[in-house]
Design a protein around this ligand. Structure first.
Ligand SMILES: Nc1ncnc2c1ncn2[C@@H]1O[C@H](COP(=O)(O)OP(=O)(O)OP(=O)(O)O)[C@@H](O)[C@H]1O
Ligand SMILES: [Mg+2]
Length: 323
């Protein structure tokens, strides 16, 4: 009888000091929803179970603090992301203005010639000893020079105008011709022979007109810079040549721009897509051109890389996804 009472008492003690507190801990952990449960004084027994529940409570507090810290970190990451996006957009804009700035010297030169011719005709017309036929001839020549200036200015304005936001596709061959029309009369391109081998049949690519113009412009100005003042060896090509090829391959338009310029060494070529990497003198290059090309083409799901033989020339290869 005594033994039975002892066993029942043991069971009662076990349930009070071990089973109940453990059940309470289990229900506290199951109910945990981010709010720290408040343990009442009497709820915490003064033994191992009590210490376990206190350390569980400390752990929950730590979890809560970590969660708050994580939320703060996510917020500041979001803010940093927005800041990065903003400065990238500004970088693209300023690089674009820099290339338009470089074109401006050439444009001033291009406009200067017809203006000089027009001034010459005005002087002649002011003399007053001209026949009616001469007058008409000079006036029509003046008109054609003015039309030339008008075209140059219109091309440049077209070039610097931002594309509409909803436009995400463009005709790569058409854009290439637009850029070539701007570049070929430039003094920098005066001595450069341009060869085209455009085999691409699908040419509507997933890149906005504005971005594609900037990519072509930078690659070709780089090529011209590399050929400027560079004299190929005796076995080299007779004249500085920029060869542009295109063809289709597995959903992409591949475009290769090969120049016969100074080339890039194996050490430098690894860095040409890094922002601010430039070997040009101040005022001639910011080192942002290729890194911006890389970002634009990469975001469109394409790629850009370069191969070069120092002293022989460089080829820049674009993989642009087709629409
Ligand atoms: N076709 C090329 N031949 C030789 N070197 C090149 C060629 N293209 C690029 N590079 C090298 O890569 C560097 C980085 O080119 P990137 O277009 O990014 O900047 P940049 O032309 O120096 O300046 P920016 O384009 O900003 O005016 C150039 O300074 C040059 O050293
Ligand atoms: Mg450049």
């Amino acid at each position: 009888m005594n033994a039975l009472i002892l066993v029942l008492f043991g069971i009662y003690l076990l349930s009070r000091t071990v089973v109940k507190p453990i059940n309470r801990l289990v229900s506290v952990t199951e109910r945990y929803d981010g709010a720290i449960p408040k343990l009442q004084k009497g709820e915490v027994p003064n033994n191992e179970i009590g210490r376990l529940s206190q350390s569980l409570n400390r752990m929950l507090r730590q979890l809560d603090a970590n969660e708050r810290e994580l939320k703060e970190n996510i917020l500041s990451l979001k803010a940093a992301n927005a800041e990065i996006r903003k400065s990238r957009d500004e970088m693209v804009k300023s690089e674009k203005m820099a290339s338009v700035g470089r074109l401006a010297t050439g444009v001033a030169h291009e406009i200067g010639n017809p203006l000089g011719i027009i001034l010459g005709y005005i002087e002649l017309l002011q003399r007053g000893d001209l026949t009616g036929f001469e007058r008409e001839d000079f006036l029509s020549r003046m008109e054609s020079e003015i039309t030339r200036i008008h075209r140059i200015i219109r091309d440049l304005l077209d070039f610097s105008r931002p594309a509409t936001a909803e436009q995400h596709h463009s005709n790569a061959h058409e854009i290439l011709e637009d850029v070539l029309a701007i570049l070929s009369p430039q003094p920098l391109f005066e001595k450069i022979h341009i060869q085209r081998s455009l085999q691409g049949e699908s040419v509507i690519v997933k890149l906005a007109e504005d971005s594609l113009k900037q990519v072509f412009l930078n690659i070709m100005i780089n090529a011209a810079d590399a050929m400027d003042d560079f004299l190929p060896g005796p076995e080299g090509l007779p004249e500085p040549t920029l060869t542009i090829e295109s063809f289709n391959e597995e959903g992409f338009l591949i475009m290769r721009f090969s120049d016969t310029g100074c080339g890039i060494g194996p050490h430098e070529i690894k860095r040409i897509f890094d922002p601010f990497f430039t070997t040009k003198e101040p005022g001639k290059g910011t080192g942002l051109g290729l890194s911006i090309c890389y970002t634009m083409v990469d975001q469109a799901g394409g790629g850009i890389h370069a191969e070069s033989k120092p002293g022989r020339g460089t080829t820049v290869i674009l993989h642009i996804p087709l629409r």
